[in-house]
Design a protein. Sequence first.
Length: 172
Amino acid sequence: MKMGMYLRWTGARLPDAASVVRGNGSNIMKSYLTRHSTGQRGFTLTEVLVALAILGGGMFVLVNAHFSALALHLFTQEEVDSRMLLEITVARAEMGIAAEELSGGGDFGPRYPGYKWSYEAQQMGDAENPYMMDVQFYTVTATLSDSEGESTSLQFYSFINPEMTTTVQTAQ
């Protein structure tokens, strides 16, 4: 671009080099330098809006990640509680079978309101096998029901050997 050409975006003519060196340059250069060196600093409205859009997008991502983590935590906590209560039901069923109670049920008290447990045991076995005559085998179904009416069942096998005795101590 030559120094004497008109600028497209301003329509103003740049001064030639000789007049700038002599000091009697054009008012265009003086007004350009005056406008941009007076300390008018700051952000344009577009820059502010772009920054706010980026911050808003970042906040949306963070809030969404927090909500997802909270929902996953609640779901996991319910699953852990359900699994633990089902294991307690299995333990109670094994203790009941050892005490020769083939069915039972109840709830878990005020800590887990609405949760109920039950078990059913059926004796099975092979009376023809002489080595297993003393051992009694059971098919047990333990069921855990929650407050929403959903139930989870677990079927397992248990046995009682007459040599293994269960004693219940009474309070004195």
